[in-house]
Design a protein around this ligand. Structure first.
Ligand SMILES: [Zn+2]
Length: 457
């Protein structure tokens, strides 16, 4: 049972028409303990030859996987769906498999919550979620007026919106996750799965950039408020709507230690990299949702516990859902109340706000230009392109042949090595986080340096 912590934080909340209980309340981060006797780390032989299902089968047993999505994001195969226990109880599984065979899986069942990590060598570990303090409030009123809730409620509620999110990591958090790109993709897919389960059809999330910083930070309110400075470089490049920071929980089970913090509502949140569900929970605060509506006030911005099971905002269990009175759990009890707990409505009404923080205009790289040429390479440069994670230089061996990729670059400088002789057309495209590409830049005619004696040919 959760208790509600109440105290006056700021006065300005009154202007927002949110009850005090909606601003600060206890956070349910308690999850079942890991199964006793389960090995934490072991090795899978010949991992690349195994199917993804073979890699997680023993960890999800006896649950059955009900896959509801499968897609490829820049070389990663991303699958998600619910886990169905023999008694009908619901859990969740998100898998992200890379081309080298490595896997990251977020696994949530009523008895097990954690992250399965397998590297390309087959070294496998299952990390159970750490226990966090139930009484810690982790939702903070944002001082930023653009976070004001209901800004666009009632307008275009059903038009689909994509929330572009940046995910930052400290070095220790990135090392824990082994592949932070795969980890970010997994976390974002977990929120998309939860939204689908909650019958929220007008909003989904997409990663637009990540960054790893060397310095370590504690999971505190102070870190939350500094978040956009900590990841200033990655935010500038990716121009996201929302910003999330993952940091390790240095020591487990500290009284008063929250697993994460978030503006409620807002666009920034942080969480423990070692917690499989904190991302879904904290972003739920960004949407405008609070924990359990213990007092039963007439305000639907709350999670829900129906006596047998909770959801992501209230006594966060394994079920990948946000409160919605239209949903029922395995026992037939509703997972929400239209008056006191309807996070699905909160999501629908905040979709436009959440997806409108960024006003980025995507387009072709501009000002693609020749810099210099040597016998064996041509040096090009171009202007920085919003959200590009890398660039590809294209050209033709002969004007009559199809374009081919001559090289990639992580900066706005690039070298075409061993170019064909003579004057040929070149261009550059920007590649985004999900592997899609921008339109082509302007074309530049260029050739390698040629000596009088043509010694290099
Ligand atoms: Zn919370």
């Amino acid at each position: 049972m959760l208790k509600t912590v109440r105290f006056m934080r700021r006065v300005s909340f009154m202007l927002w028409g949110i009850s005090l209980a909606a601003l600060l309340s206890a956070c349910g981060h308690s999850l079942p303990p890991p199964d006793a006797g389960e090995p934490k780390a072991w090795v899978v032989e010949n991992v690349a030859s195994k199917s993804t299902a073979q890699l997680y089968a023993d960890v999800i047993a006896p649950a059955v996987f009900e896959r509801s999505s499968s897609k490829v994001i820049d070389g990663y195969t991303v699958e998600s769906g619910n886990l169905r226990m023999p008694d009908g109880a619901m859990g969740a599984l998100v898998t992200v498999r890379s081309a080298d065979g490595s896997l990251i899986a977020l696994i949530n069942t009523p008895k097990k919550n954690g992250v399965l990590l397998i590297n390309a060598n087959g070294e496998r570990r299952f990390e159970s979620d750490p226990k966090h303090d139930d009484l810690t409030s982790d939702g903070i009123l944002s001082p930023d007026k653009s976070d004001r809730p209901g800004k666009t409620s009632g307008m275009n509620v059903e038009s689909p919106r994509v929330v572009d999110i940046f995910v930052g990591y400290s070095r220790a958090a990135a090392d824990w996750a082994r592949d932070p790109r795969a980890h970010a993709v997994a976390q974002v897919e977990s929120i998309n799965l939860s939204l689908r389960n909650s019958l929220v059809t007008n909003v989904s999330f997409k990663v637009v950039g990540i960054q790893v910083v060397e310095q370590e930070y504690l999971l505190t309110e102070e870190t939350l408020e500094r978040l956009t400075s900590i990841f200033a470089e990655g935010i500038k490049k990716s121009e996201p709507d929302l910003v999330f920071g993952f940091f390790p929980l240095k020591v487990g089970n500290i009284p008063g230690q929250a697993g994460g913090w978030a503006h409620m509502p807002g666009r920034i949140a942080i969480g423990s990299v070692a917690n499989s569900t904190i991302f879904r929970h904290e972003i739920g605060h960004n949407a405008g949702g609070d924990h359990c509506n213990d007092e039963g006030v007439a305000d639907y911005h709350f999670g829900y516990h129906n006596g047998s099971s909770g959801e992501l905002m209230c006594q966060k269990g394994s079920a990948p859902v946000y409160s919605n009175p239209q949903l029922k759990d395995a026992s037939g009890r509703p997972w929400g109340n239209a008056v006191t707990a309807d996070m699905a409505r909160v999501w629908r009404e905040n979709a436009e706000r959440l997806s409108s923080y960024s006003h980025v205009v995507l387009g072709a790289p501009k000002n693609f230009r020749f810099v210099a040429a040597s016998l064996k390479s041509i040096h090009f440069r171009w202007d920085s392109t919003p959200r590009a994670v890398r660039y590809e230089m294209w050209g033709r061996d002969r004007v009559s042949l199809e374009p081919k990729r001559f090289g990639t670059s992580n900066t706005t400088d690039g070298f075409v090595h061993n170019p064909p002789s003579g004057l040929n057309p070149y261009h550059v495209v920007a590649i985004y986080f999900d592997g899609t590409e921008s339109p082509e830049s302007n074309v530049v005619q260029a050739k390698p340096h040629e000596t009088f004696a043509n010694e290099d040919q």
